[in-house]
Design a protein around this ligand. Structure first.
Ligand code: GLU
Length: 441
């Protein structure tokens, strides 16, 4: 069975780019009857917060993602400690005592000598006495994983064959001086323990994957299949940041976007598919495939999101809209059908409905006063239907000789106070004869 995980660190709310990763996992799992695990990578105690974890759960729920399992790394330290001990016993994890300053100096020296600033593995040469001496001085070791230096090759479902050149990397620190874990080792331990079959994440993780493949091997496991997708950038081509709160899902929700519009944008931007309405995540899952993802950057365009949002609303049926209309004390299929064409965001309905319910400020220019008087006098008698507008305006055309914009615009301005808006043919019936007459007068 396919098992995937979305593994945000709860150090802020997730943004559209994180949603891309979450959805790639979710859609792939759904299309294959697989399982989706939400795993909080919260080993950084200082920056991780429960409120962010709760918020991320809410954000996913809003998008339509309901994890099959939720877990957090902070609950799984026993597993990491066991893996740590195993790696130490095989000599793949070694203690280092350099301070940050010392490491900086080493890097500067390496660069000055024209060498790449790779960690020199001096700590591997320390004798037991030297280590003891550091410990006695009160220095706490950080722990590095000993890379074996061979290029790591793996097949990526998005990017094809990948070679990560491990020999140009420093042995990665897996455990900090204060004993806390960086994300690298816990992630591998969890992926093994939870039986993750596919790691689907952003392409900023490709070199991590190289390192992690070595750790999977060292721990006697098999690395999952990888799929690294391209990253979303903002309209200026800049990366999105959780810390800056750029394009957070929370912000997009508060701005009134439909979750489906956001999900489609997050998934489809930077792929070979057109950005267009899709009815549900289940439908989107049928279209989604790793082969659609482009290799170039995925540039998000807010105007595109607005257009998509509007298109989703223009197609929305009354049954779906009904419970949401109640919030504004609005009801009626005719009202919905007359107004939905003019929505960009759902809540625009509140102002648009005033065109029907009033109060509106009729706008009658001096030049049109006489024309509007004639219009009021010739308002057809009840009952009204969708032909009333046509009958009324053609009679006014023959009575006054006005046509086109000259005929229609003053009527619209008098009846709605605005120079554009929903079709008057439907509006007229909804406003009703009495109110129309009042506005024309
Ligand atoms: N916590 C990592 C991140 O947010 C997870 C990466 C992964 O999927 O392994 O980037």
């Amino acid at each position: 069975m396919i098992k995937v995980r979305f593994a945000p660190s709860p150090t802020g709310r997730i943004h559209l780019g994180n949603a891309r990763t979450a959805l790639a996992n979710w859609l792939f799992a759904k299309a294959n009857n697989g399982e989706f695990i939400l795993r909080f990578d919260d080993t950084d105690f200082e920056r991780s917060k429960q409120e962010y974890a709760d918020g991320i759960e809410q954000d996913l729920k809003w998008l339509g993602i309901s994890p099959d399992m939720i877990t957090a790394q902070s609950k799984r330290f026993d597993l990491y400690d066991a893996a740590r001990d195993e790696l130490i016993a095989m000599g793949r994890l070694y203690p280092c005592y350099e301070t940050g300053d010392e490491l900086d100096r080493k890097r500067v020296r390496a660069r000055a000598m024209g060498r790449p600033p790779i960690y020199d593995r001096a700590a591997l040469l320390l004798s037991d006495e030297e280590k003891q001496k550091y410990e006695n001085e009160g220095r706490k070791p950080h722990w590095r994983f000993k890379l074996d230096g061979e290029p790591v090759i793996f097949n990526d479902l998005v990017r094809g064959d990948q070679t990560v050149n491990i020999s140009s990397m420093s042995d990665p620190v897996l455990i900090r001086g204060d004993g806390s874990y960086l994300y690298t080792l816990p992630s591998v331990v969890d992926d093994l323990d939870l039986g993750i079959t596919h790691i689907i994440r952003g392409e900023d993780h490709v070199s991590n994957s190289g390192v992690q493949v070595e750790i999977f091997d060292a721990l006697g496991g098999k690395a999952p299949i990888f799929a690294h997708h391209n990253l979303l950038s903002d309209a200026q081509g800049k990366g999105l940041s959780k810390r800056l709160g750029s394009l957070s899902l929370q912000g997009l929700r508060e701005a009134g976007y439909e979750p489906m519009a956001v999900a489609i944008m997050a998934t489809i931007t930077g792929t070979s598919l057109p950005v267009e309405p899709v009815a549900s995540l289940a439908e989107l899952a049928k279209k989604f495939d790793f082969s659609i993802i482009s290799r170039g950057p995925a540039r998000y365009d807010e105007a595109e999101l607005e257009t998509l949002n509007a298109r989703i609303l223009h197609d929305m049926d009354y049954e779906t809209a009904k419970p949401r209309l109640e919030k504004f004390d609005l009801e009626g299929e005719d009202l919905w059908l007359a107004l939905r064409e003019n929505l960009v965001k759902f809540d625009d309905i509140k102002d648009l409905a005033k065109l029907i319910t009033g109060p509106i400020e009729p706008n009658i220019a001096l030049d049109d006063k006489e024309f509007i008087e004639i219009a009021a006098k010739n308002l057809p008698p009840l009952p009204w239907d969708e032909n009333t507008w046509g009958q009324w305006t053609s009679s006014l055309k023959s009575l006054t000789g006005r046509k086109g914009k000259n005929l229609f615009l003053p009527l619209r301005l008098a009846i709605t106070g605005r120079k554009d808006g929903p079709e008057l043919k439907s509006l007229l019936v909804l406003i009703g004869r009495k109110e129309c007459l009042a506005r024309l007068s």
